[in-house]
Design a protein around this ligand. Structure first.
Ligand SMILES: [Mg+2]
Length: 142
């Protein structure tokens, strides 16, 4: 496999990048190197695959799963970038402006969850396991 290093891409990647620039950059990449977009169902499968790769890494680094002997640890940043790339592909081919969608989504969450998380006792503890053990003790439904 030949990796082409375009210096303009590298310098742009190290500076700030707007969502619109990311959408434009992915679109340009798809139409040149990628030939065309995969159809939406294929990209959905790709998205699920990439999310699975993120899950695999996190289950072994933050979760209780272990690595098999000789298994490479994986690169969480690279896998999250894969998730972002496919998400952008789906947005581009669906005519979605991710900047607008992100702001609308954050406004929705802010309105919906204005006090929800502040009133969540599970979030009052610094430790996730403390919160879980405290939750179990107080959970009368089980
Ligand atoms: Mg990947």
């Amino acid at each position: 496999m030949v990796v082409v290093q375009d210096p303009s891409v590298v310098s742009r990647a190290r500076s700030e990048l707007t969502l619109q620039q990311a959408q434009d950059e992915v679109d340009q990449w798809i139409k040149t190197i990628g030939v065309r977009y995969f159809d939406e169902m294929t990209n959905l499968a790709q998205l699920v695959e990439e999310v699975g790769e993120v899950a695999r890494i996190l289950s072994r680094t933050c979760g209780e799963q272990s690595y098999k002997k000789g298994q490479a640890p994986g690169d969480l940043a690279d896998e999250l970038a894969d998730v972002l790339f496919v998400t952008i592909c789906l947005a581009n081919q669906s005519g979605i402006n991710l900047t607008d969608a992100f702001h609308q989504n954050l406004n929705k969450k802010t309105g919906r969850d204005a006090v929800r998380h502040q009133e969540n006792p599970k979030l009052q503890s610094e430790s996730h396991s403390e919160a879980l053990s405290g939750d179990t003790e107080n959970d009368e439904s089980t």
